[in-house]
Structure formats: C-alpha cells, structure tokens
Design a protein around this ligand. Structure first.
Ligand code: CA
Length: 232
C-alpha cells in the first residue's frame, strides 16, 4: 500500500509496530535515529513517516522541521510519550500531520496511517475567488502566489472549498479528514484552521476567501473576501 518510514529507537515498540504495518500491506523501513530518519526521508521514496520525538542523534521535531524547510510534503505522524499540550502544538507547528500519544493501541496507529495514505486527490482544479487549488499537485495559490500548507491544512481547505458557502460542522470535518479515527478533542482542528487562515492571509493580503467560524457549529468558506470581523 504505502512505503512507510518508522523512526523509533525503542525496539519494544518498533518491532511489533513494523510487523503490524507490514501485515496491513505496507512496506516498512525501520530506522532508530533522527539522522537516519532525515536521510531516508530526504531520499523522497517514502509515502509516509511515523516518527518518535525522542530519538538519538537528532530530535524528531528537528527532523520534521528540516524536512519541511526542504519543502518536503511527506505525511508525518508523530508518536511520542510527551503528550503535554505544549508538545502537541509544537509538533503540529513543526509540520507534523497527526499525533499519537504513547502508549497507543497499534490498531489506532494503523488507522491513522491508512487515513493519511487514503487522503484523496480529487481531479479538478477548484477555484474560490482568487483561491486556486490544484488537487493533483496538492498546490494552493492565491492569484499567482503559492500558499504553503501542511497536508492537514490542505485537506481542511480542500474540504471547505468543495463545500463553498456551506457550513461544515466540526464533526463532519473531523470525520472526513480524520476519517472517524479521532480520539481527542477538536483543539487540533482549531489549530489547523487558524494556521490556514494565517497562511492564506499572509499570501492573499485581502484577496483570500474567508474561513468563517459558525459558533457552536463549525466553519464555512465564503466565496469572496469578507470583512475581517466575520472570521472571528
Ligand atoms: Ca524514543
């Protein structure tokens, strides 16, 4: 199914996990240091990486940051025992797509992997005002200016764009994007949406469509730029 890099220095975790991933049909390359993880991920042949944050050589977060700095869009799932909120935010900021806290059930992680692998590409180019989404290339532009989004931000934007003017409830979004494999609160969604708004605004300078919050329900992409207050 997918070529997965598993970066984990604890064999008690990596061995059963690699076995389970292979049983699930994936090709798995296990590495036990951050430096190896970066090297193999940079080679560009993997479809997905599962990475522990506490790795010898180079911290998992450094690996992710460095990959994103190189422009890599490799989907990344962070696995870590550091489950504090701070680490959560830091992991997503660094460019991870998903997060699983230790200890985790292997079937939960497998489901997250499948969700990221399945993450679909719809064929069309979607235009919402000045916003252009080229889904084959997973590229987002406002006018001619490219917007660099994390894979999850992209997924949220794509979903909202496919439903312009309609309110998408938090539940719908999480079900679609996280495919029901969601065990946390909706804080992650809020972080992705605010990241998305910021990035769109940074590039769009007012040309970007607005992602409005519908209080108590969810989000809606407006097909034209709206006053800043509507996004509150
Ligand atoms: Ca570790």
């Amino acid at each position: 199914m997918a070529r997965v890099i598993l970066a984990e220095d604890d064999e008690a975790i990596s061995e059963p996990l690699a076995r389970a991933l292979r049983r699930d049909g994936h090709e798995v390359a296990v590495v036990s240091s951050g430096t190896q993880a970066l090297e193999i991920a940079t080679a560009g042949v993997a479809d997905l990486m599962v990475i522990d944050l506490g790795l010898p050589g180079m911290d998992g977060l450094e690996v992710i940051r460095s990959l994103r700095e190189q422009g890599s869009k490799l989907p990344i799932i962070v696995v870590t025992a550091r489950t504090s909120d701070l680490d959560f935010v830091v992991g997503l900021d660094a460019g991870a797509d998903d997060y699983v806290g230790k200890p985790f059930r292997i079937d939960v992680l497998l489901a997250r992997v499948r969700a990221l692998v399945r993450r679909g590409s719809s064929p069309a180019t979607i235009r919402v005002g000045e916003l252009v989404i080229e889904s084959a290339a997973r590229r987002v532009r406002i006018g001619e200016d490219e917007v660099n989004l994390t894979p999850k931000e992209y997924d949220v934007l794509l979903l909202l764009s496919q439903n312009v003017g309609r309110v998408m409830s938090r539940e719908q979004i999480m079900k679609e994007i996280w495919r029901g494999e969601w065990f946390g609160g909706s804080k992650t969604l809020d972080m992705h949406v605010s990241g998305l708004r910021r990035k769109l605004a940074d590039v769009g300078h007012g040309r970007e469509p607005t992602i409005g919050t519908v209080r108590g329900v969810g989000f809606r992409l407006e097909d034209e730029p709206a006053p800043a207050s509507s996004g509150a």
